[in-house]
Design a protein around this ligand. Structure first.
Ligand code: ZN
Ligand code: ZN
Length: 348
């Protein structure tokens, strides 16, 4: 009984597949093709759960395209797909409909498409083919044998506060999940930063680090270095992962992965009182490929996507043992990356 966690190479975006003999869950869906290919390769025939961490295009392809994609997975004979959309997304879609209606655009394609998309989701939910429900910190989903999903962030009070203040979907409030498989755990930090990072750290400080301790951790926000970086480092120390995964795109124009983040990971890896022994990026970025002098100040990335670890597949057992079968292949690849951070080759 093995649980596979696949961090798909989707550029500067997130798409994670969690697969056990009993269940299949997806966390974030920014692009259809790489996910479809992966589902085919792994011969996956049904999807049990889809979490969308937040409503940014590098994590979610939008309601209309979601419905088109789900169409092939929602069949009467298939089990339910539980769908966890970001808070406020449905409300915003309703408001958009109202707006279009107010502008006299009921006959427009825009209105018609959105209206039929929402009607479809409603109909699926009514028929129990797709079950829509909100989740927030404290939700523990343990429907699939040893596999469980625990929501670590945001708390329900934060969700409600955000709703009351009508703030748009920000990285701060992206859904943070702890995927458990018996004694094994992985934590997916989505795009967590800023106030959200402060809040999760505060909760972790008050409740003890056990809640966030994990074997494998997905670094938040594609390797950004937040203003409250010390809190990020503190959270990484509490989580104390053995492996860190960076889902990052060669062509990103944000300077991800920030060199400061790599330095923090190297510091952790060097510490005897911490467990980190490896970290890897899905794609090579300018940080590892170009000397600082050649890195555009405006943050332009590399001209073409270049896989580093590519899809990162972690295999875990319920007793807590885990492996990354692609580790050797990654070791070979990084030899040709001039300033590979994971080889500690960065310029002094
Ligand atoms: Zn985001
Ligand atoms: Zn993102």
């Amino acid at each position: 009984m093995t649980c596979r966690i696949v961090f798909l190479q989707v550029g500067n975006a997130d798409c994670t597949l969690v697969r056990t003999p009993d269940a299949c869950a997806i966390v974030d869906l920014p692009k259809q093709r790489p996910l479809n290919d992966c589902l085919k390769r792994h011969e996956i025939r049904s999807i049990d759960r889809l979490f969308v961490t937040h409503d940014h295009s590098d994590h979610f392809l939008g309601l209309e395209r979601l419905v088109n994609w789900l169409e092939s997975w929602v069949r009467d004979e298939r089990p339910v797909v539980a769908l966890h959309l970001p808070d406020g997304l449905w409300q915003r879609a309703q408001e958009r409909l109202k707006e279009l209606k107010g502008d006299g655009q009921v006959d427009s394609r825009k209105y018609q498409r959105l209206q039929s998309t929402m009607a479809k989701i409603f109909e699926w939910d009514q028929g129990d083919h797709v079950r829509c429900s909100p989740v927030s910190a404290g939700h523990d989903i343990a429907d699939y044998g040893p596999l469980s999903f625990k929501v670590l962030h945001p708390s329900w009070l934060e969700v409600e506060t955000q709703r009351a203040t009508r703030r748009a979907a920000h990285n701060e409030w992206s859904l943070v999940l702890r995927v458990g498989y018996g004694a094994f755990a992985a934590v997916l930090l989505a795009d967590l930063e800023g106030e959200g990072l402060t809040s999760l750290l505060d909760r972790t400080d008050r409740r003890g680090p056990a809640s966030i301790r994990c074997h494998v951790l997905k670094i938040p926000h594609h390797g950004a270095w937040p203003k409250n970086a010390r809190e990020l480092v503190a959270l990484l120390e509490h989580a104390d992962p053995e492996m860190a995964v960076l889902s990052v795109g060669s062509r990103n124009s944000y300077g991800h992965v920030r060199p400061e983040l790599f330095r923090a990971l190297l510091d952790l890896r060097n510490r005897r009182d911490r467990r980190l022994r490896t970290f890897a990026c899905t794609e090579v970025t300018r940080t590892c490929a170009l000397p600082v002098a050649e890195q555009s100040p405006h943050g332009r990335g590399l001209p073409t996507p270049r896989p580093c670890a590519g899809d990162i597949i972690v295999e875990a057992e319920t007793d807590g043992r885990w492996s990354w079968p692609g580790e050797e292949g990654h070791r070979v690849t990084v030899k040709s990356v001039p300033l590979a951070a994971c080889l500690n080759r960065a310029e002094a």
